[in-house]
Ligand binder design. Structure first.
Ligand SMILES: Nc1nc2c(ncn2[C@@H]2O[C@H](COP(=O)(O)OP(=O)(O)OP(=O)(O)O)[C@@H](O)[C@H]2O)c(=O)[nH]1
Ligand SMILES: [Mg+2]
Length: 304
């Protein structure tokens, strides 16, 4: 609950104010002894009021916070960094970009609503998918906020079906070559990748991520998404079967039905009402703008 909407905070302020006032009255009418007692009593009362400043600062910060913090969580190579670029509308698609070395926070001001026009500062936490500890452990407290004061507005879980494969020159294979390898291996490579993603988002890992993000007082995160990335590769992969046995959406949902169920249950547990699953492509910038625009509009739109 917001500090100024919390009855306990108001009781504390009232008690503090009554004690301070009593002390001041005593000091003004009781001569020298009254003044001494009054000052002592007022000092005690001031102790109750001391956190007021903190509470007010947090409350004002919250009112003014046109800032949205989003955590990207997913296996190495699933596309977190490419998605971050797309979401923040920065630069072109960087194929074969290096894996993220350390946890990184990047931000951009994204226009939200035109009446009145305003920007929301979106901060995205991205990390090396090899190191879950950067999200689930003790990394980047300044982004997540300390325990008891977490500040994450949304979690985006990212999964895929295609592990980037390095070629003989050390560079990642092109999409065409990657698809050829995956098709030649039957369903084995794709199944292995899905399996690894599922392990990466198993119950324990999910719990650790939610533990690091949930703030029951602010009722955050407000939104959670499961983003199934590399849509255009799924479509091309299914098209190698003639006729394709499934649509890309069915295929993607079927691969991750257990992950989706577990994330949904976690959302229910933490009272997060805005949960959705999206099939997207960072490469084609397909779905990314819509996801962020809708999220910002819904949770950071104008409060009339
Ligand atoms: N075809 C295709 N490739 C993609 C897509 N998204 C990302 N990739 C590629 O997949 C590879 C891994 O993407 P990254 O964004 O670096 O993945 P990451 O999750 O940040 O990986 P780590 O930093 O290691 O955790 C890169 O070569 C990307 O260019 C997509 O939608 N389609
Ligand atoms: Mg990365």
């Amino acid at each position: 609950m917001a500090p100024l909407g919390n009855p306990k905070v108001w009781i504390r302020y009232s008690v503090g104010a009554v004690i301070v006032t009593t002390g001041l009255v005593a000091a003004s009418i009781g001569g020298v002894p009254g003044a001494i007692i009054g000052v002592l009593v007022s000092t005690c009362g001031a102790g109750f009021l001391r956190p007021v400043q903190d509470d007010l600062r947090r409350f004002i910060e919250k009112l003014e916070s046109a800032e949205c913090r989003i955590v990207l969580y997913g296996l190495g190579g699933s596309g977190k960094t490419e998605l971050r670029r797309r979401f923040l509308r920065k630069g072109e698609f960087v194929f074969d970009g290096p894996a993220t070395a350390t946890a990184d926070v990047e931000w951009a001001d994204i226009p939200t609503g035109d009446d009145p026009p305003r920007n929301v500062r979106v901060r995205m936490f991205d990390y090396s998918g090899q190191q879950t500890s950067q999200v689930a452990g003790d990394g980047s407290a300044s982004f997540f906020g300390p325990p008891g004061d977490r500040r994450v507005h949304a979690i985006f879980f990212v999964v895929d079906h295609f592990r980037p494969i390095p070629g003989s020159d050390g560079k990642q294979l092109s999409d065409e070559e990657l698809l050829r390898r995956c098709t030649a291996a039957g369903s084995q490579l794709v199944e292995e990748r899905v399996h690894r993603n599922r392990r990466y988002l198993d119950e324990d890992h999910l719990q650790a991520v939610f533990d690091r993000c949930v703030n029951p007082e602010y009722k955050t995160p407000r939104a959670v998404r499961v983003l199934i990335n590399k849509k255009e590769l799924i479509e091309a992969y299914l098209n190698t079967e003639i006729p394709p046995s499934m649509t890309a959406v069915d295929f993607a949902l079927c691969s991750y039905s257990d992950v989706i169920d577990q994330v949904r249950k976690a959302c229910e547990k933490y009272d997060i009402l805005d949960f959705a699953v999206e099939l997207i492509s960072a490469r084609d910038d397909d779905g990314t703008k819509k996801i962020l625009d809708e999220l910002l509009k819904r949770h950071f739109g104008r409060v009339s």
